[in-house]
Design a protein around this ligand. Structure first.
Ligand SMILES: Nc1ncnc2c1ncn2[C@@H]1O[C@H](COP(=O)(O)OP(=O)(O)OP(=O)(O)O)[C@@H](O)[C@H]1O
Ligand SMILES: [Mg+2]
Length: 231
């Protein structure tokens, strides 16, 4: 499998606090990687640096043959627009637009989109297209925000605690649908979580502690989302 991203000695300081302490890792294309760790261990900071939202203090981030951590503002914005999809704990939908309109906001001009019909079918939101966000449950809103993030067919999909606001049933559903999307569209997904059960569904589990990678393992026997057991 091709390496799509790598980091070398990535560090982030906020004032005197060393939030990331020299992280070197590689991400392979078409995989689902979980970044696991307790609150404050640096998961979001790492994800935000990989997705170009935050600049590292030291070290470099590569995507393909390019060093994105060296990009200027304009080049970085262009890279993000074309290559990166983001899903957050909050759904961040626009209240005054319908589901269909919210999803289409994610389309990137001059780049072929995924099939809208196939996408909404996989995400089980085809019945909801004319509703407004206020008329949806949390799980439904998150599925719409995923559709908005992936419609442009990004090379990389970054999910930061994407199930953090959902109950057990909806969390399992969202994790399952992300795996379904990954295989349907051959996506590369990075997913931060503090839930070890979600991590067990991934191909690869990177565990963080105090701003460093504590372990980095291939998961030879991922479980299906339906097999996750909540504590
Ligand atoms: N913009 C910022 N300014 C100052 N400190 C920050 C900033 N962002 C993060 N930090 C600090 O960096 C550390 C790591 O934060 P981060 O959000 O990456 O952790 P996390 O593993 O994602 O935690 P959680 O599971 O709670 O989301 C924390 O101590 C946090 O306070
Ligand atoms: Mg976080």
């Amino acid at each position: 499998m091709e390496i799509i991203m790598k980091t070398e000695n990535l560090a982030k300081d906020y004032g005197k606090e060393h939030v990331l302490k020299g992280i070197t890792l590689t991400i392979h294309e078409h995989t689902f990687t979980a970044i696991l760790g307790p609150s404050g261990s640096g998961k979001s900071t790492l994800l935000n640096i990989l997705s170009g939202l935050v600049k590292p203090t030291r070290g470099s981030v590569w995507c393909g043959n390019e060093i994105i951590s060296d990009f200027g503002e304009k080049q970085l914005a262009g890279w993000k627009r074309v290559e990166v999809g983001n899903v957050f704990q909050e759904y961040l939908l626009l209240d005054n637009l319908t589901v269909q309109e919210n999803i289409k906001i994610g389309i990137c001009p001059h780049k072929p989109s995924l099939s809208f019909d196939r996408l909404v079918r996989i995400l089980q939101i085809e019945e909801l297209l004319n509703r407004f966000p206020a008329e949806l449950s949390g799980g439904q809103q998150q599925r719409v925000s995923i559709a908005r993030a992936v419609i442009k067919s990004p090379r990389l999909l970054f999910c930061d605690e994407a199930t953090g606001s959902l109950d057990e049933e909806n969390s399992k559903n969202v994790v399952e649908l992300l795996h379904n999307l990954q295989s349907a569209f051959d996506m590369t997904i990075l997913f931060t979580t503090h839930n070890p059960q979600i991590a067990r569904t991934a191909d690869r589990i990177i565990t963080m502690k105090n701003g460093a990678v504590q372990s980095d393992m291939r998961n030879e026997h991922p479980i299906t989302a339906r097999k996750m057991v909540w504590g």
